[in-house]
Design a protein around this ligand. Structure first.
Ligand code: PHE
Length: 443
């Protein structure tokens, strides 16, 4: 019998809170004065070491908590998804948000999910580390074990902000939001529990692939039942979210690999002529269930990117807009409604290039600076005034062997025009920080 409730009721919330590291939603920023070796995030002090690569702009974002504003498009979407699951699977999914600490251990974010030691996602160029062992979660899957260990429900919808060092353009931002769905079934009653009532039939579903190996501890039938429930649950959700779109909405399941699920897929939707990747999903590795006291269960998990979906549903062209405090943006959205964003005037772009040699001396041929490190400098200096940054030229000097790079920064404010002098000032700040941080010579 599934005893969970959709929203965490008060008593539950208390219970739950205890499990989650006394996480407080009141977030304080860097504690710089007392000691250079600690930072404060969410009322908690963390010791930093040489792995610390948090930028000021990222630390500021941790305070924002967009999902607390019920009229924000991301929260509207999150609630629509939660309501959909509640309506179709009464009391089976517990919504979890604002309770989980964005600071997790490398164990939670990677090891517990069998992400191997040399996985590129672990690199400090991709992940924000506080110290060798603590980091800002890069996905909501980092909470799978703590949530599953709580055994408060057989279904969860975990929504949270996640952090990745990334490129700068209209669809990438170093903080975004994911929703992790988890559903468990009793092995002994799987056929019954995994039945889907309102199965979607009118769908155009393409390229169904196997999704990788079935786990040796699962038999074919067991796996099929879980997979069928997973796919039908997601297809039903997509049908609901995109109900105002084309009748012939197409979905395809692309075989994928995640170390913590098998088989695994990526679900894509054909939206206005383009295939959009909306979520990764699969059958939860049994070892995760066994280790969290759920050995008598089997289950699935998915991870949805909320910005991706919100951008297409609300017609929001630039991911920076989600962080806008501009009333002209915020006042357009109301809880429960998907409305089309009406863009306010587009302000002119201003392009500035920055070229440099890697290495201060001609003989420095081994120096390199990762793109993501450059992007973080731009974020720190320009904030959201930088719309995108591109590496436009790269070459190696034929005689000295020294490398040169040139990045083009597109400065464009979402809410005002700025003067050339202002842009120059920001550009100089970018250059100053780069010179301080990297072994480079400006050209
Ligand atoms: N955590 C994965 C990601 O961020 C998505 C995922 C979640 C995949 C759950 C499978 C199961 O890419």
């Amino acid at each position: 019998m599934i005893m969970s409730v959709m929203k965490i009721r008060f008593s539950r919330r208390l219970n739950f809170n205890k499990l989650f590291l006394n996480f407080s939603t009141n977030v304080k920023s860097v504690n710089s004065s007392e000691s250079g070796h600690y930072i404060q995030i969410c009322n908690e002090k963390y010791k930093t070491d040489q792995f610390n690569n948090l930028s000021t702009s990222i630390l500021q974002k941790i305070n924002v908590k967009l999902l607390k504003n019920e009229n924000h498009p991301l929260t509207i979407l999150k609630s629509l998804i939660e309501d959909h699951f509640e309506k179709n699977f009464k009391n089976q999914y517990m919504a979890v948000d604002n309770l989980l600490n964005p600071v997790v251990t490398a164990k939670q974010n990677f090891d517990d999910l069998f992400i191997h030691k040399n996985h590129p996602g672990r690199a400090p160029t991709d992940t924000y580390y506080i110290n060798e062992n603590q980091l800002l979660r890069t996905h909501t899957s980092a909470h799978q074990r703590e949530v599953l260990s709580s055994k408060l429900s057989d279904g969860y919808l975990i929504s949270a902000d996640v952090y990745r060092r990334d490129e700068i353009d209209v669809s990438h931002y170093p903080v975004f939001h994911q929703m992790e769905g988890i559903k468990l079934f009793s092995k002994s009653n799987l056929t019954e529990e995994s039945k889907i009532q309102n199965s979607v039939t009118k769908f155009n579903i393409k390229e169904e692939k196997k999704g990788g190996p079935i786990q040796t501890c699962h038999d074919l039938n067991e796996c099929d039942l879980v997979v069928n429930n997973l796919k039908k649950s997601l297809e039903g959700l997509i049908k609901e979210l995109f109900k105002n779109e084309d009748e012939n909405l197409q979905i395809r399941w692309i075989e994928a690999f995640f170390p913590f699920t098998s088989p695994s897929w990526e679900m894509e939707v054909l939206f206005r002529g383009k295939w959009l990747e909306l979520c990764g999903c699969g059958v939860i590795q049994q070892e995760i269930l066994n280790k969290t006291g759920n050995g008598d269960k089997v289950g699935w998990a998915f991870g949805l990117g909320l910005e991706r979906i919100a951008m297409v549903l609300f017609n929001i062209p630039d991911i920076r807009l989600f962080w806008s405090q501009d009333e002209r943006f915020l006042s357009q959205f109301k809880k429960g409604q998907i409305t089309q964003f009406q863009s306010f005037s587009k302000y002119p772009s201003c392009y500035k290039d920055i070229s440099f040699w890697l290495g201060k001396n001609k003989s420095d041929t081994n120096v390199n600076v990762h793109d993501n490190e450059i992007f973080d400098v731009v974020r720190d200096a320009a904030g959201d005034l930088a719309e995108d940054v591109k590496l436009i030229d790269e070459f190696t000097h034929p005689k000295t062997g020294r490398k040169s790079k040139c990045y083009r920064i597109n400065y464009c404010s979402l809410n005002r025009t700025f003067t050339n002098a202002e842009v120059d000032e920001i550009q100089n700040k970018v250059k100053d920080i780069m010179l301080k941080r990297f072994d480079i010579e400006l050209r």
